[in-house]
Design a protein around this ligand. Structure first.
Ligand SMILES: Nc1nc2c(c(=O)[nH]1)N[C@H]1C(S)=C(S)[C@@H](COP(=O)(O)O)O[C@H]1N2
Ligand SMILES: [Mo]
Length: 259
């Protein structure tokens, strides 16, 4: 926010050379009824409105036709978790799998794959863009995250959805770090944000995140957590990992990876 203010001040200073007579005019800004202060407040509202317009967080990502699926979905990142809890579930075809939904919700849930498949499903053919520079088109089937969040009754103070995964992506002597990610409630309620259990007409394969992964189609691949173990609603993600909202964010990537 302070960056915004600073840059707006810079712009005003630039513009003000003729109409406002220079930067000194900013000195009186602390008075609430100062004319320029009121002008800047209006400019601020306008900027926010414009940003909403430009970003349009609700806009849909492009969807494709089956003919556009020209190659198998390339697996990336972790593709074969060796964690004992995961291997045990996989050995019985994820029959005992339960997706836990907790945190800031009125009604914590524990959903089997059958429960998830019985919920309304959305099918979408979309392009996956990885930060490493490759893309792949695939068809995804799953339940809209907004539907699941509706059943869990998200509390009004919740701001983010955190995904906790099964795969230990970084091993260390003390055990290791399991993949984690987070998105805000705007993306969580986006119509194309689904908890996918199917890919290209079959069950979601292990390399692509079986039994459940999220699709967040307006963002880069690393936001789309695979091997989801639990979903947690939080008001702040500073307690997660190193505090930047995701495994890769904690290693330098942007939290909002819009495309
Ligand atoms: N649990 C988990 N989720 C993950 C990853 C991972 O290593 N573990 N890699 C991310 C990255 S960088 C990408 S590009 C996509 C890859 O999805 P895919 O294997 O279906 O191509 O998953 C993302 N989600
Ligand atoms: Mo990626």
């Amino acid at each position: 926010m302070s960056d915004c203010l600073l840059s707006r001040r810079t712009v005003l200073c630039g513009l003000g050379a003729s109409s406002l007579g220079g930067c000194k005019v900013l000195d009186g800004l602390s008075e609430p009824d100062h004319r320029l202060r009121q002008f800047m407040a209006r400019a601020n509202d306008l900027t926010l409105a414009m940003q909403r317009g430009v970003l349009d967080r609700g806009a849909l990502a492009a969807e494709f036709s089956p003919a556009d699926i020209r190659q198998p979905m390339r697996p990336n990142g972790f593709t074969n978790p060796q964690d004992s809890e995961y291997l045990a579930l996989k050995s019985t075809d994820f029959e005992a799998y339960r997706l836990k939904i907790g945190g800031l919700v009125e009604r914590p849930l524990s959903l089997s794959l059958a429960d998830l498949r019985n919920m309304p499903a959305r099918r979408q053919i979309t392009r996956h863009d990885c930060v490493e520079g490759w893309s792949c088109i695939a068809e995804w089937t799953g339940v809209p995250l907004s539907h699941v969040l509706g059943s869990a009754m998200v509390r009004s103070n919740a701001r983010y959805v955190v995904f906790h995964c099964f795969d230990t992506i970084e091993r260390s002597l003390s055990g290791g770090v399991k993949y984690y990610e987070s998105i805000d409630l705007v993306d969580a309620h986006h119509p194309q944000t689904i908890l996918a259990w199917g890919m290209n007409g079959a069950d979601l394969p292990v390399p692509n995140g079986a039994p459940l992964r999220v699709r967040v189609e307006r963002q880069l691949g690393y936001k789309m957590a695979k091997y989801i173990r639990a979903i947690e609603l939080v008001d702040d993600f500073s307690m997660l990992g190193r505090g930047r909202g995701g495994f890769w964010e904690d290693r330098g990537y942007e939290w909002y990876a819009g495309i």
